[in-house]
Write a protein that binds this ligand. Structure first.
Ligand code: H79
Length: 448
């Protein structure tokens, strides 16, 4: 057997990580789209509402492949308009997209030469969704990522997950992985030129993750790979060690950034690049009966909280079987989009502020270090000071604050010192922005 020495390429993957991630770090806000045959089922099977997320319906109901695949004949989204999706995303302030090229059900939303179980060959619709979406989003200047289920595939007899159609003891996972999974990832890269490859359930072992990562890097070294390419244990290692760089140095972390668990916002700042995918209703793939929508305010607060802790937010929507983005998503996205038009500089390209803030405050801080001039600190008022006075805790320990003003109106604000705290005075009695008002501080780091 030929033993390959991969040290060189692995070092290259690790050493180019920082530059690869540059745009991604600035982006902060991404749109996640879950779309596939599960949207046709819409969370209903045999006239019953099926609990659990929509895209897991095949698994929840142990639907045989030969039955589930019939949904392909019903996939005909006549209202699908990728340019409209891209315009909405642009208006909403999203800087990148991640869309399901293949979810766990194994159905491919792209024209694959490795299987006919794809949107072009098996549906009356017959159009290459991934191709059209990618083109539309890229022409709006939005980066594009593909979700690809590399470990679970309930359609493929050798992949993990489907034990109701296929005997688990007869599976040859290795064959699936090297002859189907990796080739499809490379096919996606060669055909559609994505900016991100996004994996969900980790590879079963480090060896699989390493081999997949190396092939991606060889196909295009600029592609960003999310942290869930790695086996699940990595995330637990991380939570124990809290040191991402340590895992990278050990060469056991092949993702470029840490992916938090679904819908899980860490309660503190993480000193590494990280992202969290969230839903704003009860599912990822569309369910006809799901009305548990979160509010715009809640969503915006989540975005601010994530960025104030150094992360990126990937917010999901599940288009309907006819190809429309649900109007509840649309309304919320556009509301946040118009907030971002006025306040976006407090989100894009900002980081956690290096200031100890008590958890009970009514504000969150984001921070832009500026080499050539003063640093910028943004105060996101998720509540409102009832007496017109706002105390920013501990800020004077690290910074001298020159000026403070309301970002949207440029209205200057008075300040006074109180120990290490800064007290901002003369705020009006009600919020300036109905959602979140942002104050901007010009701050000079103190010499230590
Ligand atoms: O794509 C979305 C989910 O389908 C996927 N991650 C996001 C981005 C995901 N895959 N696996 N998991 C989440 C974890 C699996 C949880 C499960 Fe269950 C618990 C599978 C079966 C029980 C959740 C609850 C899914 C069905 C019921």
């Amino acid at each position: 057997m030929l033993l390959l020495d991969n040290t060189g390429i692995i070092n290259e993957i690790l050493s180019s990580r920082k530059s690869r991630l540059q745009w991604w770090r600035e982006a902060r806000y991404g749109l996640f789209i879950h779309w596939g045959l599960y949207a046709v089922a819409g969370g209903v099977w045999n006239n019953s509402m099926i609990p659990g997320v929509g895209e897991w319906i095949m698994f929840m109901e142990k639907i045989p492949v030969k039955t589930y695949r019939e949904l392909a004949k019903l996939f005909n989204p006549v209202e699908f308009d990728p340019k409209e999706w891209a315009r909405i995303a642009k208006e909403s302030g999203f800087k990148y997209l991640v869309i399901t090229a293949k979810h766990h059900d194994g159905f491919c939303l792209f024209d694959s030469s490795l299987t006919n179980y794809n949107v072009v060959s098996s549906t009356p619709f017959g159009r290459d969704v991934i191709k059209e979406v990618t083109q539309a989003f890229k022409s709006e200047g939005i980066k594009v990522g593909f979700y690809y289920s590399q470990t679970l595939d309930w359609f493929h007899k050798d992949a993990l997950g489907n034990e109701w159609d296929y005997d688990p003891w007869s599976k040859n996972f290795r064959r699936y992985f090297y002859e189907y999974s990796i080739p499809q990832v490379i096919e996606l890269i060669k055909k559609y030129d994505p900016d991100i490859m996004w994996f969900d359930i980790g590879c079963p072992t480090h060896d699989y993750a390493r081999d997949l990562r190396i092939e991606i890097h060889k196909a295009n070294p600029n592609i960003i790979v999310n942290g869930r390419i790695d086996p699940w244990t990595i995330r637990y290692d991380f939570l124990i060690s809290k040191d991402f760089r340590y895992l990278c140095r050990r060469g056991i972390m092949f993702g470029d950034y840490l992916e938090l668990h679904d819908n899980t916002i860490p309660p503190y700042t993480l000193e590494c690049d990280w992202e969290v995918p969230i839903t704003h209703n009860g599912t990822w793939g569309w369910r006809s009966w799901d009305h548990e929508w979160r509010s715009t305010g809640k969503l915006l607060q989540t975005l601010i909280t994530v960025v104030s802790r150094n992360g990126n937010l990937l917010i999901n929507t599940g288009p309907t079987p006819t190809g429309k983005i649900p109007h509840e998503s649309l309304t919320m996205f556009l509301e946040i989009g118009s907030w971002l038009k006025k306040n976006g500089e407090s989100i894009y390209g900002t980081y956690a502020a290096p200031i100890d803030t008590p958890s009970s405050t009514i504000y969150k801080l984001t921070y832009r270090p500026c080499k050539s001039k003063e640093d910028e600190i943004y105060v996101h008022l998720i509540g409102w000071p009832w007496n017109g006075q706002l105390r920013i805790y501990n800020i004077l320990q690290k910074f001298d604050v020159g000026e403070a003003y309301v970002l949207e109106t440029m209205q200057a604000l008075n300040m006074k010192k109180s120990g290490n705290d800064l007290v901002i005075e003369g705020l009006p009695y009600s919020p300036i922005n109905r959602l979140v008002t942002v104050l901007k501080l010009e701050a000079q780091p103190k010499e230590v």
